[in-house]
Ligand binder design. Structure first.
Ligand SMILES: NC(=O)c1ccc[n+]([C@@H]2O[C@H](COP(=O)([O-])OP(=O)(O)OC[C@H]3O[C@@H](n4cnc5c(N)ncnc54)[C@H](O)[C@@H]3O)[C@@H](O)[C@H]2O)c1
Ligand SMILES: [Zn+2]
Ligand SMILES: [Zn+2]
Length: 350
């Protein structure tokens, strides 16, 4: 089969590799029909994720059809069209049973980490993928949900909703700031309404992405290069927002969130950070704020799938570019220069 293989920082190739096959009785093999690229794949390409080693097939998002199941798989069968979760949880360990499959203790990839596809085992940017723990990692798709909406359920919609909106404790009537309007930040913007946010302020320095945020439900867009603090304090009577969701992953934007939040509010960090961040506890200790972090669990994937299937989430704007799977290198180039190409999610189809 052909797959997108990582060969060290800056080096990827679309090349022939051995076919993905069943290893454990709980596995399924899926023929990929559509896949996409995550901001995290770009972190891997830069060398920010050293656990990804030479020869690894990348990708942790996608849709396909099951072509083989192990003897222990009960909920899925050959021929089922499914979406692949970016988290592969065994479903029965202590972490999985406490709704934290992102820290699954099973020895697939490494005990304690549920994100294994395209990280610790071969991933979805390929013609075939072996999916561990198929019963809990695959979700049957209704025929009415097209590939280009279904791929959003593998990672970005659950990430924005779980780690941004849920961990941020967004409540009816809240004002929420989402800092970073990339696909993940936009997913937080799009799902804020599920918890009744009254105002959603998108902050970015990319004008095009701010315009998309408005389409997806942001009530105000703020240019991060302008006086963002004055603008946001202006719409919150000088108090700050109830919830600030960090969706970039650099010290500057995390600090921005701590400066935007009102006393008693919440800062939900979603971004993957590569550097330490200074926490101004000398100012923050008195402000009664909560700071949360997290790796997505995708436990809300079935609920979000029902909403997408019912047309209740405005997510059509996410996929901006389409490629053949075999043209994945062009897709990486387009996604990697998003400021020029205006790419959000690039769809590769077999
Ligand atoms: N916690 C998780 O489980 C999880 C899951 C998936 C992705 N992530 C992480 O979430 C983050 C966002 O992902 P993405 O795919 O949307 O990334 P992205 O790079 O496409 O988006 C980041 C956005 O931040 C903006 N930005 C950069 N610097 C800024 C600044 N100083 N002020 C305001 N905006 C700024 C960029 O213009 C861009 O629109 C990444 O760090 C990614 O690795 C986390
Ligand atoms: Zn991802
Ligand atoms: Zn587990």
């Amino acid at each position: 089969m052909k797959a997108l293989v990582f060969h060290g920082p800056g080096q990827i190739a679309w090349e022939e590799v051995p076919d993905a096959h069943l290893v454990e009785p709980t596995d399924a093999v899926v023929r990929m029909e559509a896949t996409t690229i995550c901001g995290t794949d770009l972190h891997i390409l830069k060398g920010d994720v050293p656990a990804v080693t030479d020869g690894r097939v990348l990708g942790h998002e996608g849709v396909g059809t099951i072509v083989a199941v192990g003897g222990g798989v009960q909920r899925h069968a050959v021929g089922d069209r499914v979406v692949v979760s970016c988290i592969s949880g065994c479903g029965v360990c202590t972490s999985c049973r406490s709704q934290n499959p992102s820290h699954c203790l099973a020895p697939e990839g490494a005990s304690g980490i549920g994100w294994v596809l395209g990280h610790l085992v071969d991933g979805t940017q390929a013609e075939l993928v072996r999916v561990p723990f198929a019963d809990t990692s695959l979700h049957a798709l209704p025929a009415s949900v097209p590939d280009e909406l279904a791929v959003l359920l593998s990672d970005i919609l659950p990430t924005g909703f779980e780690i941004g909106v849920q961990y941020g404790h967004v409540r009816p009537g809240d004002t929420v700031a989402v800092v970073g309007a990339g696909p993940v930040g936009l997913a937080a913007v799009a799902t804020c309404a599920l918890h009744g946010a009254a105002q959603v302020v998108a902050v970015d320095r990319d004008r095009h992405r701010l315009d998309v945020a408005k389409e997806l439900g942001a009530t105000l867009s703020v240019d991060a290069r302008a006086d963002w603090k004055a603008e946001i304090m202006g719409v919150t009577d000088g108090a700050g927002v109830d919830v600030a969701i960090e969706c970039v992953g650099v010290p500057e934007t995390f600090t921005m969130c701590t400066e935007l939040v009102r006393p008693g509010g919440h800062v939900a960090n979603v971004g993957v950070h590569g550097r330490p961040v200074e926490l101004a506890l000398q100012d923050l200790w008195i402000r009664n704020i909560t700071i949360t972090t997290g790796l997505v669990n995708t436990t809300t994937l079935p609920m979000l799938l029902r909403l997408v299937a019912a047309g209740k989430l405005p997510v059509e704007a996410f996929v901006t570019h389409r490629f053949a799977l075999s043209d994945v290198l062009s897709a990486y180039r387009t996604f990697g220069s998003a400021a020029d190409t205006h790419a959000l999610k690039v769809l590769m189809t077999a």
